[in-house]
Ligand binder design. Structure first.
Ligand SMILES: Nc1ncnc2c1ncn2[C@@H]1O[C@H](COP(=O)(O)OP(=O)(O)O)[C@@H](O)[C@H]1O
Ligand SMILES: [Mg+2]
Length: 390
């Protein structure tokens, strides 16, 4: 009996030592690491997590993670994700971004990776998430988007447009050279005794110039081609809310009344957040431009999100002049524009971005007046749960 107790004590001590070692390991990790039980209560959190949240471990342990650190609007969606994980319906390498609120009320954007925790029988007993604080990176992305928007406002087109305008000029030169040389070829051939050396020279020029135009197109492609999207799981509504400062400012400056009409809760999508925000801003900028033609008191634009079957649809709806029926087929063509200072690359780039993110863009007339530009994004399928065993 006495030896049993001694043995139990030793085991308990070893267990204690192992726990401590594990906690020490977690504490040197420079990511937030948090373990939740099935109710969403915090079972353990590492030092970095406490630091980001500005709370001591004692203040967090045992608290409900969602009710304590998640902004109220995001709680239902994130609770649903946890419920799905606990039910075994979650992607193995699930990644997503969401905000957490620190003790002082500041929001931090965290890029999370989640996995399930299983007991020795394989039952899911909780979830483990590790997260990197990407607040500054995202802020940078927003600044770039705002800057681009600001530039396009000031100059009628953005940095991208400026480069594209240059490239268009570059293409025009070889094209007019080709046309001159082919004219010359035809004239030479009209002769009874065509000068073959001149003909050869002219055809060589045509050849060289068309190669040159091809090179310019290749350059432009590499410029407008989007890099592989940096996909994370993120809510479209959150992406739109992040843009509210810019949207409100722009709407105010152009005497437009802008409203949000967001479906809640909404499934997350796996996308490159900054790219999707660029598309929303592009649609929005076009709506603002279109609305300048109607009286200020009537100008309205709404940004809407909806679940649409197995997709999420995001639409920018305005009550401007809309698009003439004959124009609709050209809307997404590169360089198609009806604006004096327009470049006509906005919608074509939006289309490329959305395609790269697995969705599609659409135009529809707004019943009544105006235009609806929207894009869809697929809701990622749910896979087998990832898991670790405790
Ligand atoms: N909300 C809208 N209402 C009416 N026309 C629009 C709207 N959005 C885009 N368009 C039309 O599509 C064209 C192409 O848009 P875009 O590719 O963004 O290029 P840009 O804005 O430089 O003209 C615009 O010139 C305009 O004719
Ligand atoms: Mg545009």
């Amino acid at each position: 009996m006495a030896t049993d107790t001694a043995h139990d004590n030793q085991l308990a001590q070893e267990l204690q030592a192992q726990r401590k070692e594990l906690q020490d390991h977690l504490d040197i990790v420079q990511e937030l690491v948090v373990k939740l039980d099935q109710q969403g209560n915090v079972v353990s959190i590492n030092r970095k997590g406490c630091k980001i949240l500005g709370r001591s471990r004692a203040q967090i342990l045992g608290q409900n993670w969602f009710d304590t650190v998640i902004p109220a609007a995001d709680r239902p969606g994130l609770k649903k994700i946890q419920a799905d994980m606990l039910a075994g319906r979650h992607s193995k390498s699930s990644q997503r971004e969401n905000d957490i609120v620190t003790k002082t009320g500041e929001r931090r954007r965290i890029h999370f990776r989640d996995t399930c925790i299983r007991d020795s029988d394989g039952h899911i007993t909780g979830t483990l998430s590790s997260g990197i604080d990407v607040t500054e990176t995202r802020l940078q992305g927003r600044k770039v988007a705002a800057l681009q928007r600001g530039l396009s406002q000031a100059a009628g087109f953005g940095v991208l447009g400026e480069v594209a305008a240059g490239l268009a000029h570059e293409i025009n030169q070889p094209l007019s050279a080709i046309s001159t040389y082919t004219d010359a070829c035809l004239r030479i051939l009209d002769n009874d005794d065509p000068n073959l050396a001149q003909l050869r020279h002219a055809l060589n020029q045509v050849n060289q110039q068309s190669r040159r135009a091809g090179d310019v197109v290749a350059q432009m492609r590499s410029f407008t081609a989007q890099p592989q999207p940096d996909a994370v799981l993120v809510g479209c509504n959150a992406l739109i809310r992040d843009l509210m400062d810019i949207i409100t400012d722009e709407a105010h400056n152009h005497q437009v009344s802008a409203t949000l009409d967001l479906e809640e809760p909404l499934q997350e999508v796996s996308v490159d957040p900054v790219q999707i925000q660029r598309v929303i801003l592009n649609f929005f900028a076009n709506a603002i431009d279109a609305l300048q033609t109607i009286p200020a008191r009537d100008r309205k634009v709404a940004i809407q999100t909806r679940r649409d079957g197995d997709k999420i649809r995001c639409s920018v709806i305005d009550n401007g002049p809309g698009v003439a029926e004959s124009t609709v087929p050209k809307l997404f063509d590169p360089f198609f524009t009806t604006k004096e200072a327009g470049i006509g690359l906005g919608l074509s780039i939006c289309q490329t971005i959305i395609r790269h993110n697995g969705g599609r863009v659409d135009y529809q007339p707004n019943p009544g007046n105006g235009a609806i530009f929207s894009f869809t994004l697929p809701i990622p399928p749910q896979h087998d749960p990832g898991s670790i065993t405790t």
